[in-house]
Design a protein around this ligand. Structure first.
Ligand SMILES: [Zn+2]
Length: 247
């Protein structure tokens, strides 16, 4: 399983970067996990829009799904559009982004699969297992298994035992870490810190940890140090262009 980071900024895209977006490949199948602001230009530097096989979106915040719009436009506004793109999300999560275009324009560009959090299903060669994790809107963390490897991704979420269970024994935990150390009081239930992500990686016995969704301007060395205080595995920061081979 190969993970390419399209972007890892929380909230808005920093200069030269993009928000949450991850290309996950196995056996020639290309799955996009989240498509936040500015991820599509990073994607198109690598593969064509028509070469994507499926999309999974964790939740409906625009820093996780806004670029579904240009991806679908790039697939459908051409002479030889590819087959409709399977898109997996929680019910209603994509209503706003899919309503940006006039009714009907994107009708043949996608097939929406509304998922039930907690369920297991297959996306191509990937076995997907989801959990509803605490956020200000419904958010599905996902555990993807293929070829004997496991990638766990939190989406955005506050602390929860489910966040640990999702990552149990994973080869890689891709964990939202908006803050370094202290999460502001009004966000404490909905977002996490790098320090919490490190502790979760330890509790879950994950082999590697990638911190993502850092607020632009975050001191990345401080984030790595905070995560490393509770976890002695390898830790990285998700930035546009980073490739992680889980094999
Ligand atoms: Zn969010």
């Amino acid at each position: 399983m190969l993970l390419t980071i399209l972007g890892g900024c929380g909230a808005w895209p920093a200069a030269g970067q993009a928000c949450s977006g991850y290309l996950v490949e196995h056996d020639g199948f290309r799955l996009l996990v989240d498509l936040g602001y500015a991820t599509v230009p990073r994607l198109l530097e690598r593969v064509g829009a028509d070469q994507i096989d499926a999309v999974f979106i964790s939740h409906g915040h625009p820093d996780h799904c806004a670029d579904l719009s240009p991806l679908l436009r790039a697939r459908t506004m051409r002479d030889d559009p590819p087959a409709p793109l399977p898109v997996y999300s929680l019910p209603g999560a994509l209503d706003a982004v899919l309503a940006l275009d006039r009714p009907g324009l994107l009708a043949d560009a996608y097939v929406l699969h509304e998922l039930t959090a907690g369920g297991r299903f297959d996306i191509g060669p990937f076995r997907a297992q989801t959990r509803l994790l605490p956020h200000s809107v419904p958010n599905a963390g996902v555990r993807l298994t293929a070829g004997g490897r496991v990638l766990a991704y939190t989406g955005d979420s506050g602390p929860s035992p489910d966040r640990v269970e999702l990552a149990r024994g994973a080869d890689l935990l891709l964990a939202e870490a908006t803050y370094v150390d202290r999460v502001p009081e009004d966000s404490r239930r909905y977002l996490a810190s790098a320090r919490q992500a490190g502790r979760q990686a330890l509790e879950a016995d994950a082999r590697h940890l990638l911190l993502t969704h850092l607020q632009p301007g975050t001191d990345t060395r401080a984030a790595l140090a905070a995560a490393g205080a509770g976890y002695d595995g390898e830790i990285g920061i998700a930035t546009s262009g980073l490739v992680f081979d889980l094999s």
